[in-house]
Design a protein around this ligand. Structure first.
Ligand SMILES: [Mg+2]
Length: 438
């Protein structure tokens, strides 16, 4: 017994030694390629930001001649100092270890607009990682599950001719005929559309806010609520069941108005009602209040464009507070953050329709790679356009036409697969940014 034990023990020891040497060998084998191409072989040497048109554009420069680009919303031309704030945090890091770089800066952001710089940097890191690996970004996000991605009208808008139901009907008729062939259209109503609310006499029990952008809110009058509902009915009559209609509604509705509104629209099968309670630049999601609205109607309730990081979606998702989340990759912390939120939402039976109207053409490329890799709870992203129009002349690599019958074919070039036409783009740089592409 003792001998057996000793033999067994020694035998085990030799087995452990053998196993250890195999592990060491395997580690050696695993370590070998790392020495050749992994950590330490590429370093971030600069972080730059230029305001091109109105979109902040981020460029991460490396010591290997590879650069990555990211973009922030055209509503944030003031973002440059915020981007440059992070430079010292990421210099010298390996940009292909996206998570490690992000650990250094993701804590230094907040709800919209203060997560935008971090988000643009994250997207630029993926652009580099894809180029270095020789694969499109969607591969690094887990691989694509769809070859073409749906987007809804977003930046494709036509000026309103007035604020009557007929004006709204005519406006969506133009969107319906748009060359992009959208299968889903979103229109602004209620407090998300100050022109609609202010065109009414006594639409709600408060005065319009004046001065710098500040959302109106309050209890609606019977007349106000009826007017909004009538405009929605007019739009839906044009679109029928052929094209989906989503409504960007707030923020600023009272819970009871939100429920009354949603119930009135139930027969119209609206695709979603967005930001009724909070949203846009409100730095909190208010999950419990959203949940009350959600539980009171069969129409899908949507929010999340202003939210920064997955942690801040935890309540909305775990408490089943909404039916659809709509983070923006250029505000939430980037592409991996979006993927994580989409997967977690999917586990809880919640859909995702990313925000993106102002994300620009680099942002459009990021959306396409992301949407290709999102789970099957994906609906469609909000289509950004290049503004001014010359943006289409300074970015190479987008399909022509970009959209066909409401979808974009996913492309396979490494990284984001779009690049700047540098001579053309240089001519659009402001003097202070003239060395951006050097
Ligand atoms: Mg919105």
């Amino acid at each position: 017994m003792a001998n057996w034990t000793r033999r067994g023990f020694l035998g085990s020891l030799s087995g452990v030694a053998a196993a250890t040497s195999v592990v060491a060998q395997q580690r050696g084998n695993l370590a070998a390629p790392e020495k050749r191409t992994g950590h330490g072989s590429i370093k971030i040497t600069d972080l730059r930001c230029a305001i091109i048109g109105r979109n902040p554009v981020v460029r991460i420069v490396t010591d290997q001649g590879v650069s990555g680009y990211g973009q922030a919303e055209s509503t944030k031309p003031y973002l440059k100092p915020m981007v440059l704030f992070y430079k010292d945090y990421i210099l010298g890091e390996d940009p292909t270890d996206v998570q490690r770089v992000m650990l250094k800066i993701r804590r230094l952001g907040a709800f919209k607009p203060w997560g935008a710089a971090v988000s643009a940097i994250e997207i630029a890191l993926w652009d580099i990682a894809g180029q270095v690996a020789g694969v499109p970004v969607y591969k690094l996000l887990g691989g694509k599950i769809r070859d073409r991605v749906r987007a809804y009208n977003g930046g494709v808008r036509f000026p309103m001719t007035g604020q009557t139901p007929q004006d709204y009907a005519e406006n969506v008729a133009k969107m319906k005929e748009a060359k992009e062939g959208f299968t889903l259209i979103k229109q602004a109503v209620g407090f998300h559309n100050p022109a609609m609310m202010r065109a009414m006499t006594d639409g709600w029990y408060d005065e319009p806010r004046t001065g710098a952008s500040h959302a109106d809110r309050g209890l609606m009058t019977e007349r106000g609520l009826k007017q909004v509902i009538t405009c929605v009915e007019a739009m839906k009559k044009v679109l029928g069941d052929e094209i989906g209609l989503a409504l960007d509604c707030g923020p600023g509705w009272t819970v009871k108005d939100a429920i009354t509104f949603a119930r009135a629209l139930e027969p119209l099968h609206i695709t979603w009602l967005e930001d009724l309670i909070t949203g846009d630049y409100m730095p909190y999601p208010n999950a419990e209040v959203f949940r009350e609205v959600k539980q009171s109607t069969s129409l899908p309730i949507h929010t999340g464009e202003e939210i920064y990081l997955r942690e801040n979606f935890k309540d909305l998702i775990e408490k089943q507070a909404v039916d659809v989340v709509g983070p923006d990759p250029e505000d939430v912390g980037g592409l991996a953050e979006m993927k994580w939120i989409a997967e977690y939402a999917d586990l809880h039976g919640i859909l995702i329709a990313p925000h993106g109207i102002f994300d620009g053409l680099i942002g459009l490329a990021a959306h396409v790679h992301l949407a290709a890799a999102l789970p099957q709870n994906y609906i469609g992203f909000e289509y950004p356009v290049g503004q001014p129009e010359w943006w289409y002349q300074i970015v190479d690599g987008l399909p022509d036409p970009i959209m066909k019958r409401g979808f974009i074919d996913v492309w396979d070039r490494p990284g984001l697969g779009v690049t700047f036409n540098v001579p053309a783009a240089k001519s659009r740089l402001r003097d202070e940014d003239r060395h951006f592409f050097d």
